[in-house]
Design a protein around this ligand. Sequence first.
Ligand code: SMO
Length: 774
Amino acid sequence: MELQKPKFTGGRVTRLEDARLLSGQARYLDDIEIPGMLEIAFVRSNRAAAKILSIDTSEALALPGVKAVFTAENIPIQMGVGYDIIQCPLAKDEVRFVGELVAAVVADNRYIAEDAAELVKVEYEPLPAVVNMEVARKEDCRRVHEHRPNLFFHNEMVTEGFDEVFASAPHRAEASFRTYRQTGVPMETRGCAASIDAYSGRLTVYVSHQSPHNFRSSLCKVMGLSENMVRIVVPEVGGAFGIKAMFYPEYVVVSYIAMQLKRAVKWISDRTECLLSDAHARENLLDVEVAYDDDGRVLAIRNKVLADTGAYPILGFAGAVGEAGWATNMLTGPYKIEHLAIRIDCVFSNKAPVGAYRGVGGPVGAQVQEGIMELVARKLGKDPADVRRVNIIQPEDFPYRTPTGNTYDPGSYKESMETALQLIDYEGFQQEQIELRKQGRYVGIGMCVFVEPSAFSESEAGSIPYETATIRMETNGTVTAALGLGPSGQGHETTMAQLIADQIGIDVKDIVVLHGDTDSAPFGGGTGGSRSGTIGGGAAIGAARELRKRLAKLSAHLLEASEEDIELKDGRAQVAGVPASGIPIAELARIAYTDIKRVPEEMQLEPGLEVSFRFRPPMNKTFSNGTHVTKVEVDVNTGFVQVLDYVAVNDCGNLINPMIVEGQIHGGIAQGVGSGLLEELIYDEDGQLTTLSFADYLLPTSMDVPRIRVAHIITPSESEGGFKGLAEGSLIGAPSAIINAVSDALEPFGVFLTDIPIRPAQLLDSLSKASAGR
Ligand code: SMO
């Protein structure tokens, strides 16, 4: 039987979830109401480092409406969070960062709980806070964890023959790059609610999260619970960006309290808690030495990375090791650079824990890789595009093995760059730039050519290399599909339905995609690492294909035709080319369940029209790629940067839904404007976070985000459907493209920017340093 030309896959199918999302009908965590539910407010440490001498909860307990106050004393749970570190969900004896949980107040409502939290008296004996990572790494620095040196992770890697190549290169240059702390800032903050079912004794946890099954595994492991006694329900999620991929101590406290009090309880983070305690990301210092030849060909890179993990590793993420690891793993990006010497040092500090944020180390690696191209161009007086042309991996080089051991499947690295430069009129702009400079206007153009790893299918510790889809045709011919994914607005209900619909010849509107409930969804890894389309999509296609086989077999039997001649199309099964012969798929479904004497004998004991299919991509990773180019204008008096124009050329293989892909790209670029120009979590020297609201932690608004032009190039992967993940790529590309454009604008001043973000004050600082140096 021939598969018809896809009707839905590849099309701009209107998102099925949007009717409820856009009309206020969607149910997020805070919309969940459980009878008798109490609310929790946390007492968080206001010290970066201190011994806890005493906690007096008596006044809080006396407030009317307060049901209980919990401290480490009455929550005797210890979480092994990795690297020999044990974390108590509520701090015991010592606090290690501002925002760490100290006590939980349970009350009739959040107002009372907040008031009571202020009445909890914690007596601290301050300790010197370890805030600066360069200080933290020193032997004589006070230890954040007494039993471990602050420098808790160290790794080195060097390619064979590095020293010789480096020493004999015609040119060498150095630069230090720094990426400052940022965080994901989902519109809906983190939170969870827990309740015990009075009859079964099962614990249900509602949580705004990316991976229901991983969440359940972590919760059960930490609390010593049996997985069949725990149900995780993920309601609608209003953005996640990695920070909701991990497991945080609040979840243990809320679940524990629900079990103790036998009452439903809920906690939702307010915005300040979010900035204090959601995973932070990106704090890295990268010292780079680069060796290159007269043409600008990069021969070797030495990169020393120092990364700040904060006070604890976060469960479900390899801490700053993950970020520094990815930044260096992908350091050569789209370029053919053979020699690398890498050193990674990760330190603990008295700051919030570091974890996943869209792209993980990707934006950091891209900043360095693209910064190197810019640096070499400046040193040689060449056009940055020409330096990239000399270094870029050519079509004939695929599959290409990087010095860090990645095997790139084919991509359009060079083509994406040339297309992007044409679309933005790179050459034309250079003329315009000269004219504008004469008028005292500083405009610049910058690019980032990037490669994004996705669909990790090698079973690394804790990561699930596959996804499973369970799909069932109901007796009326509609389909219910369940996956272990955890969407946070990406439109999985639509994209998965598109894939399934094309396999079995029904309409997308006749498919309901379920996710986020461990009682109904098959085990899976959830959403992260740009994996859902590729791995989840592969599972959806595989399951639908199995279902199609069953429908073909049944209809062949009923139509007295050969299975090979059956086609499923527009809701009917028919002998190919003979529509009159057909039978509605809904009728097939009815027969399959309720008239089984008409079902072929060998199918009678099969479970109706329900199939499960596990998919693991055939390669370890697939790599999407793209090029971002942007024009900016800098006001040299105020340091204000306006992004004027933006072109994104993207290659993620075959597209399931171009509209959804473009949405991902627009969103990533908007975040990239924040990441490049505005967002920074700033700690003072005592370890106090000074950016506690959006008045200080600046997010991009629609006024900051430019018009974006997107173009697609399609180099299919070898995975099912030819898909590659693309969700994180635009945040990998955008910050670096913007920084490079700002550097280009300020080239007449000799400014060369290396840091992310480059905020107005820092920009003015670089300008005055550059002019002082002249
Ligand atoms: S930072 Mo994402 O959840 O891979």
